[in-house]
Design a protein around this ligand. Structure first.
Ligand SMILES: [Zn+2]
Length: 348
């Protein structure tokens, strides 16, 4: 009797085990197929772009200005807030663009929200900041090791985190390390078309100014502001003004070189001098955030305002991004509350 009971019990367990095993197997195959499908889709998709020569565009900057200027910062480094970077912009009513790394936002969420209220723009800079293996990144996090699906999930996750934590939907993107590829060798691919479908603009990290009539909005050059004097930046401004172009400046930490211990540092003296100079109307500069200038250019070029292209929304990508963003947001919330409790304890 007991043996029969035991056998029945064992058979029941076996049935449940095999059902579970089969479900897991089907799910794994499903995920694999979806991932593969997405990859094929990305590599074969048709890039919908209306071709126009733009030869007849009558372009001019507003208010008789001779050029446009944007000040941007990457990575949401603490010194951009702690060392007074945003305060300097606010003092001169200059609106900047901050391409944020979500994990650095945590302790200063309130300050970033205030920055948005003051007219600053929050851009996407991916979730994990993948760059080339040659930059010393962990091998799993390198662009050589990424597929288009991976980079899509990474960027989409950052969008979800920013929307959840700061309440804004980014329309501007900055390529980490200014690199625009994934994969390697014969399998390398550009992710510029992906950025073009997801954002109004994509900012590089290479020297040059933007030709407003003919530029590709998904590949805007930018000059580094780090470790430079005002005189060096003034030379770039004069060059852009002569050509009637858009100069985008980009920095990382804010402070004086020796204070921060980092090697990419925007001097507060330089930053203040730029803001002061650009705010003087006699210098003919329209200084504003990337989105305001990019949308003005689009309008003058008679192009449609930016919309997120829905054909890139793939179920597997959305599911991955959703799960990943929930995990990141929980981590950030814990870090945020830890910081707040720490502050309270300090003030006691
Ligand atoms: Zn960066």
């Amino acid at each position: 009797m007991n043996i029969r009971k035991l056998l029945t019990f064992g058979r029941k367990q076996f049935v449940w085990l095999s059902i579970t095993f089969n479900i897991v197997l089907i799910l794994l195959v499903f995920i694999f197929v979806l991932k593969y499908e997405t990859e094929v889709y990305f590599s074969e998709q048709f890039y919908p772009m209306e071709y126009t020569t733009r030869d007849t565009v009558n372009f001019f900057w507003p208010d008789n200005n001779k050029m446009a200027l944007s000040i941007t910062f990457d990575d949401a480094r603490i010194s951009q807030i702690d060392s007074g970077g945003i305060s300097i912009l606010d003092k001169y009513d200059v609106k900047g663009t901050f391409y944020v790394s979500p994990e650095n936002l945590a302790p200063h969420i309130d300050d970033w929200k205030r920055a948005i209220e003051n007219g600053h723009e929050i851009g996407n800079h991916t979730t994990t900041h993948p760059c080339s293996v040659n930059f010393g990144w962990h091998r799993r996090k390198t662009l050589e090791n990424y597929s288009l699906t991976d980079i899509y999930n990474d960027i989409n996750t950052a969008n979800k985190i920013i929307a959840e934590v700061l309440g804004v939907q980014p329309v501007s993107f900055a390529y980490p390390c200014g690199q625009t590829f994934v994969g390697m060798g014969v399998n390398a691919k550009s992710y510029v078309p992906l950025i073009s479908s997801m954002f109004e603009s994509g900012r590089l990290y290479s020297s040059g100014t933007v030709n407003p009539v003919f530029c590709d909005m998904a590949q805007l050059p930018a000059e580094s502001i780090d470790n430079k004097s005002f005189e060096e930046i003034l030379e770039l401004i004069e060059n852009a003004r002569k050509k009637g172009q858009w100069l985008i400046l980009t920095g990382h930490d804010v402070g004086e070189h020796n204070d921060t211990g980092y090697n990419l540092v925007t001097s507060k003296i330089t930053l203040e001098a730029i803001c002061k100079y650009a705010s003087d109307p006699t210098n003919g500069i329209w200084i504003d955030n990337v989105h305001n200038i990019a949308s003005y250019i689009n309008d003058k070029r008679d192009e449609k305002p930016f919309i997120y292209l829905s054909e890139y929304k793939k179920p597997s990508g959305s599911l991955y991004s959703k799960l990943w963003s929930v995990c990141y947001i929980s981590k950030m919330k814990i870090a945020y509350y830890k910081y707040k409790i720490g502050q309270k304890i300090k003030s006691l």
